[in-house]
Design a protein around this ligand. Sequence first.
Ligand code: ADP
Ligand code: MG
Length: 292
Amino acid sequence: ATPMSITVGTGKGATNGILIRSAEALESAHKLDTVVLDKTGTITKGAPSLTDVLPAQGFSPQDLLTLVAAVEASSEHPLATAIVTGAKERGLSLPEATAFDSITGQGVRALVGGREVLVGNDRLLSAASIDAAALQTDLRRLAQEGKTPMLVAVDGQAAGVIGVADTVKDGSVEAIAALQERGLEVVMMTGDNRDTAAAIARAVGITRVLAEVMPEHKAAEVKRLQAEGNVVGMVGDGINDAPALAQADVGSAIGTGTDVAIESSDITLISGSLAGLVTAIDLSKATMRNIR
Ligand code: ADP
Ligand code: MG
C-alpha cells in the first residue's frame, strides 16, 4: 500500500479505537483466514464471580470457603479474586495462610491453621496423588453450565468443589458471527476445563476449541495452526497470551489487558471489544483495495 493509504487507514483505525502499530499489520489483517481467541478476558469479561460452594463429607460450606479463600488471598488470578470477594460478601473472616505456592495453569496451595489446602484443577490433585473421584459429578455439572470448577483438597483428602462463573462480553457474539461471515475460522483457546470451554464456545457460536492449554503452550498452538497452512490472527489480554500474540501473523491485544500483551501485539483494541478486530480487517481490505 502507498504511505498515503496507510496513513488514512491507520487514522481511521484510531478514530474507531483501534491502534495499528505498523503498515505491515494493516496490510496483513485482510489475509487472515483463522482467528484464535483467548477465552477469559477476551470473549468473556474476565471478572468472574463465585457461584457455587459444594463441600464434601465432613465440611460445611462456610469451612470449605474459609479455607479456600484464605489460600486464594495470596493469588492474583481472576479466579482467586472472585473467591476472596465471594467469601467477604458472605461475611467470612479469613485466617492467615502460610507457605503459599502457585502452580501455573493448575492452581494454588498453602497451609491454613496447620492444614494443607490445595485448590485447582484435576491436574493439580492428581500430581499430588489425591483421589478426586468423589468430586467428579459436581465438577462435570458445573463445567457443563459453563462455570469454572475448582477442586479442593485438605490434608490429602477431597474436600469439595468451588464454582466460579464469568459472563460473555457485550458484542462478542456479534463480532464472532461477523468474522465467520467474512469466511474466517474462529477458534477458542483457553487454559480452562474442556467442558467449561465447550459450554462457553457453544454460547458464542464457536465450534473449534483448544482447551486445557498450558500458558507456555499457547504460542505452540498458534504455530501448529500456521503449519496447517493458515494465516492466523490471535486476540488475547493476559501476560500468558503475549508469546502467542507475537507468534501470530497479526496479534491483537484487548485494550483493558496487561501491558505485556499490548507490547506484544500488532493491533490494540482500545474499546476492549472484539468488534474492533472486525473493523480492523475491513479497514485492511479497504486500504489494500485503494492502492490497486
Ligand atoms: P486461562 O487461560 O483461562 O486464563 P490459566 O492458565 O490462568 O487459564 O489457568 C488454567 C486453570 O488453572 C484454571 O482454569 C484453574 O483450573 C487453574 N488455576 C489457575 N490459577 C488458579 C487459582 N489461583 N486458584 C484455583 N485454580 C487455579
Ligand atoms: Mg485471558
